[in-house]
Ligand binder design. Structure first.
Ligand code: F6P
Length: 565
């Protein structure tokens, strides 16, 4: 028996779930006129409606009892007070410290807050110099373009936030020449990413921010080396790195070895997980793109959510409720994936960011003690901005036979002063309509009646109606905010971070390691050698051996082609 299913509360939850098997969400809403107000809550500028889920008061009480049984409140305290809860790596997990106004927070007796505030102050000064054109490149010109080179947590979070907070209506980002500072992100090892990003950039006015917690990541270092070569070739200046390369990393030695001086390194610490690091100096590209004031507001919004998470009773605690509803859908209703769909173009990269945060954190199958979890853990997270998904994959949700839970995210008001404000009402209508359609569905009788009303005869209507049935009863959450601002975005990200933590606690897993990604990295190193040499490759399965041989043959053929040209 697994650690989770051996919990006292688990069997009763299973019994409640089987009772609710034949219940429709529409009926639950109809039976209780107060359900919307009882199954919704507000915190840190966000509103969560979870009333369109297939659960009732007994289920909620059972889930909350499970959280009590797992001593969730103690686990929250353990995390935010700097205990080394990441046991397999022996680390504290303190991304909350990065957005805290507190003066003191100790890890093993050492106060980490002065260092946090010191790095923020350095970032502020640097960002101001770059943005106001005070930081000059090797030929004395101000910076026009910033290229963040990083991958995973050193890319997805900063990229998502920089895109979300980009303000095309403001000229506050303008440099002295009057053109805005452009921030780009390069992550892919495929040289095309760097090539396409650098096309049209001037090396004399480009600043590279090499972001890597470890500074050993193959993708990032390969891109950074190529960027340095490009810079030197373009400018013809060998010693300009100091004015065009800064690093964000925990690894001072590797940064120095790369050739970036210590005064150009922005540090963070091993108690900041890569996928939780956008609040640290990893957010430098965010601050360069949007200004330090906006970055500070982002931190402020997250801190509001942290305070709520640490103090609100479990039953009124937004991350806790979102997590428990997720546990219900994943474990009790056996729904394998969650579609995350922001009805907001600014949040286009939010699903990709959340994919790493959730799936790298909770994609585990052993408990903290190394025992099998034996219940399903992280769902597959996927999605794209509404309304685009409606015209791509929503058909499968409405009429396919794979259950999917959905998180809708929406700002009630559009960007202030947008000239296209009239788009917002139909956007909101589409968002609410999808949630309603997923929940309500359409019966064959309803479909047939609509066809008859449209002029079809009874027999035709009946036949065609079979194709127009939508089973419905698909659960969804709706996260609303008044407007998307740095503060509400900070709160939104913190909401999901804490949701992930709570689910990890319930499943008894370590949400903060990622050993699973290591094997692929090791094999890639061996394969680089195998692909690069003519010797017989190191032992592989016959499929991989065949692929290596095919690659070598293609290379040989290419060399032959170039020799005959
Ligand atoms: O792929 C695993 C991972 O370690 C992520 O957890 C991390 O965000 C990413 O690689 C990048 O790591 P780094 O910031 O050390 O380059």
């Amino acid at each position: 028996m697994s650690i989770v299913s051996s919990l006292k509360g688990w069997p009763s939850l299973e019994a409640i779930a089987s009772d609710l098997n034949s219940v429709s969400i529409a009926a639950l809403l109809e039976q209780d006129s107060q359900r919307f107000s009882r199954y919704s809550l507000e915190a840190a500028g966000l509103f969560l409606d979870y009333s369109k889920n297939r659960l009732d008061d007994r289920a909620m009480a059972g889930l909350l009892a499970l959280a009590e049984e797992r001593r969730l409140a103690d686990r929250i305290q353990a995390m935010v007070s700097g205990e080394r809860i990441n046991l397999s790596e022996g680390r504290a997990v303190l991304h909350t410290a990065l957005r805290s106004q507190a003066d003191e927070l100790n890890v093993d007796g050492a106060n980490v807050m002065p260092a946090v505030h010191h790095v923020l102050a350095r970032m502020k000064q640097f960002v101001r110099r770059v943005r106001c054109g005070d930081w000059l490149g090797v030929t004395g010109k101000p910076i026009t373009d910033v290229v963040n080179i990083g991958i995973g947590g050193s890319d997805l979070g900063p990229k998502m936030v920089a895109e979300a907070l980009f303000d095309p209506l403001s000229d506050a980002r303008a440099n002295p020449q009057g053109s805005p500072l452009r921030v780009h992100f390069v992550s892919n090892l495929d040289g095309e990413h760097l090539l396409q990003t650098l096309a049209g950039l001037s090396a004399e006015t480009t600043l590279f921010v090499v972001t890597s917690k470890t500074f050993t990541t193959m993708e990032t270092l390969t891109n950074a080396r190529s960027a340095r070569r490009w810079f030197t070739e373009q400018t013809g200046i060998e010693d300009g790195v100091d004015k065009h390369f800064v690093a964000v990393s925990c690894n001072a030695e590797a940064v120095a070895e790369f050739g970036i001086a210590e005064q150009n390194r922005f540090e963070f610490w091993d108690w900041v997980g890569g996928r939780y690091s956008l609040w640290s100096a990893v957010g430098l590209s965010i601050a360069l793109a949007c200004g330090m004031e906006n970055f500070e507001e982002l931190l402020g919004g997250a801190e509001q959510m942290d305070k709520h998470f640490c103090t609100a009773p479990l039953a009124d605690n937004m991350p806790v409720i979102l997590a428990l509803v997720g546990i219900w859908n994943r474990n009790l209703l056996a729904i394998p994936s969650v579609m995350v769909t922001p009805y907001d173009q600014r949040l286009a990269s939010f699903p990709a960011y959340l994919q790493q945060c959730d799936m790298e954190s909770n994609g585990k199958s052993v408990t903290v003690q190394g025992e099998p979890v034996a219940v399903k853990t992280a769902p597959v997270i996927w999605g794209a901005p509404g309304t685009n998904g409606q015209h791509a994959y929503m058909q499968l949700l409405h009429q396919g036979n794979e259950p999917v839970a959905t998180d809708f995210i929406l700002a009630l008001k559009p960007r202030q002063n947008t000239p296209f404000a009239e788009h917002h009402l139909p956007l909101v209508a589409n968002c609410f309509a999808q949630a309603e359609a997923l929940m309500r569905g359409r019966s064959r009788d309803e479909a047939a009646a609509a066809l008859v009303a449209a002029g079809r005869n009874q027999a035709d209507a009946r036949a065609l109606a079979a194709h127009q049935v939508l089973p419905g009863n698909h659960p969804s959450n709706m996260v609303l905010m008044d407007r998307l601002t740095p503060a509400t975005l900070g709160a939104l990200i913190a909401l999901y971070e804490h949701k992930i933590f709570v689910q990890g606690v319930i499943w008894g897993i370590n949400s903060f390691d990622q050993w699973g990604v290591e094997l692929g990295k090791q094999l890639a190193k061996t394969l680089v050698d195998d692909l690069d040499s003519q010797q017989s490759p190191s032992p592989h399965d016959s499929s991989t051996r065949g692929l290596v041989e095919r690659f070598r043959a293609a290379q040989a053929c290419e060399s032959g082609e170039s020799a005959s040209e």
